[in-house]
Design a protein around this ligand. Structure first.
Ligand code: GLN
Length: 492
């Protein structure tokens, strides 16, 4: 079969179950495509071909024995932030270029237990700080829709592999939009779960009170398959919640769009940087949902102006603390010929971290330092609570809240936005992390340059099933999620 990469995750599970193809054939097919196409996209940091083929053979063995699970033998790509035993886990940083993880992240272990075949580790902004994937030590990943554009970030590699048909789905992480924004830039569906739904164990920390892993795929249905693997309590992550996990696939038709109350925040559609095409596509998608029976309700989210300053104090503060472990002593990059211990620390960190990561460490250290702590960090924590309350009030009158996933479509590579311009691009995603809520991004059309636009739906706590279900109904009634980038078409 020459078109295995066109199949959805459900079709892959059916094909494997009916022995229409083996996991080895499927895996070899993807590995060949990676070899052929990834020189242009540059999405993989590490391809684990040998291990993938061994996992595929083991999966085929389980199929023959009749002991396979639903997903046994389906390939996946992992963001290079999830620790993988025996395989380099770089977090896109020179600091960890030589780091071979001695253990698997819980998400990776769960994937293995479900029989998923790891094709490799994919590119990302350094330590997940960024919105373009350009800050990676391994260079920029290209947007499959337009190779001179970024795929978004920080999970840019995860988005690019799926959009270029170099993996059927991928894991991502979202601290302030890193699943939803690249999904939006690459025409994909991406789910950021409720904080605590997916284990953070073995996921390299950026800002621990905001970080959350989740699925990125072509459709809500494909995301649901991966959520079934990723979600669940983990004793190794103290913030993971002991709460029953839904069967996200079985619940795909569980929520009716008819009568669903969708909140439209007034403030969100008056943001200065909101591109006209993005606004138009998002409004058209809401019209479509209205035709399907949803009720659109205008709401207020009065804290909107506080999102960017609040996030850009809390996230760097936590980052500066988390990244203090990279000292050149225990693991990771160490400078040559240190004079003394201070020189070792200073040069290892100056040489090992890129400029954006250093900027965040400086901002965070400043916000946490004596004399500024109350004025910045403590104040930001108080505002964070107000932002959460703003959402909770809104959820008293609506079921979900609609927003663009990002104010623009994908930027040009090398556009060289100032840090502040770049941070302002996170306006629609970061409040969700500050509040710990779940949210999904789904493709709803294109701008005049044929770059994808994403609609974001924000749900109340633990409403992942509802969000996946609403997007699934929308995707049954529309075909935006079936559109393929030219590079995926050409190399079919
Ligand atoms: N762009 C945001 C940042 O740079 C979000 C990144 C993320 O979610 N990891 O912090």
């Amino acid at each position: 079969m020459t078109d295995l990469h066109r199949l959805s995750v459900r079709e892959l599970t059916e094909g494997l179950a009916q022995a229409k193809f083996s996991s080895r054939e499927l895996t070899e097919h993807y590995l060949k495509r990676i070899e052929k196409v990834d020189a242009q996209v540059k999405s993989y940091v590490t391809v684990t071909a040998k291990q993938a083929l061994a996992q595929a053979d083991a999966a085929d063995e389980l199929r023959r024995a009749g002991t396979a699970g639903v997903l046994t033998g389906v390939p996946i790509a992992h963001k290079d932030i999830f620790c993988t035993q025996g395989i380099r886990t770089s977090a896109g940083s020179k600091m960890l270029d030589n780091f071979i993880s001695p253990y698997d992240a819980t998400v990776v272990a769960k994937g293995k237990a479900a029989g998923l075949v790891t094709l490799g580790k994919v590119n990302m902004d350094e330590f997940a700080m960024g919105s373009t994937s350009e800050s990676s030590y391994y260079g920029a990943t290209k947007n499959p829709w337009a190779l001179d554009h970024v795929p978004g970030g920080s999970s840019g590699g995860s988005a690019a592999v799926v959009a270029a048909d170099l993996a059927p789905f991928a894991t991502g992480t979202d601290t302030g939009g890193s699943i939803r924004q690249p999904a939006s830039f690459c025409g994909l569906t991406g789910l950021k779960p409720t904080y605590g739904r997916v284990s953070r164990y073995g996921m390299i920390a950026y800002a621990s009170s905001l970080d959350q892993g989740g699925p990125m795929a072509r459709s809500a249905e494909d995301c649901a398959y991966l959520m079934n693997v990723m979600a669940g309590h983990d004793a190794k992550d103290s913030t993971s919640v002991e709460k029953d996990v839904d069967d996200y696939v079985a619940n795909l038709n569980g929520t009716s769009v008819k009568g669903l109350r969708i909140g439209i925040p007034k403030q969100y559609f008056n943001v200065a940087g909101l591109a006209a095409d993005v606004k138009a596509r998002v409004e058209e998608s809401l019209k479509k949902l209205e035709e399907m029976g949803a009720i659109l309700v205008e709401i207020d989210l009065n804290m909107t102006e506080a999102y960017v300053p609040t996030y850009y104090l809390i996230a760097p503060a936590e980052a500066s603390s988390n990244l203090s472990r990279y000292d050149g002593v225990r693991y990771g990059y160490r400078c040559e010929d240190p004079k003394d211990i201070m020189d070792l620390y200073k040069r290892s960190r100056s040489e090992g971290f890129g400029p954006e990561v250093q900027r965040r460490i400086l901002i965070g250290t400043y916000a946490l330092s004596a004399g500024y702590y109350d004025a910045y960090y403590v104040k930001a924590q108080k505002v964070r609570r107000l932002i959460q309350q703003d959402f909770l009030k809104a959820f008293e009158s609506v079921d979900v809240i609609a927003a663009p996933a990002a104010p623009t479509t994908a930027y040009k590579i090398g556009a060289n936005l100032s840090p502040v311009e770049m941070y302002l691009g996170d306006i629609y995603t970061i409040a969700v992390n500050l509040a710990g809520l779940p949210a999904i991004s789904a493709p709803v059309g294109f701008d005049q340059d044929n770059l994808p636009v994403g609609l974001q739906l924000i749900g109340n706590y633990w409403s992942e099933s509802q969000l996946l279900s609403v997007v699934h109904q929308y995707q049954q009634a529309t075909d935006w999620h079936t559109k393929r980038a030219a590079i995926a078409e050409e190399n079919a």
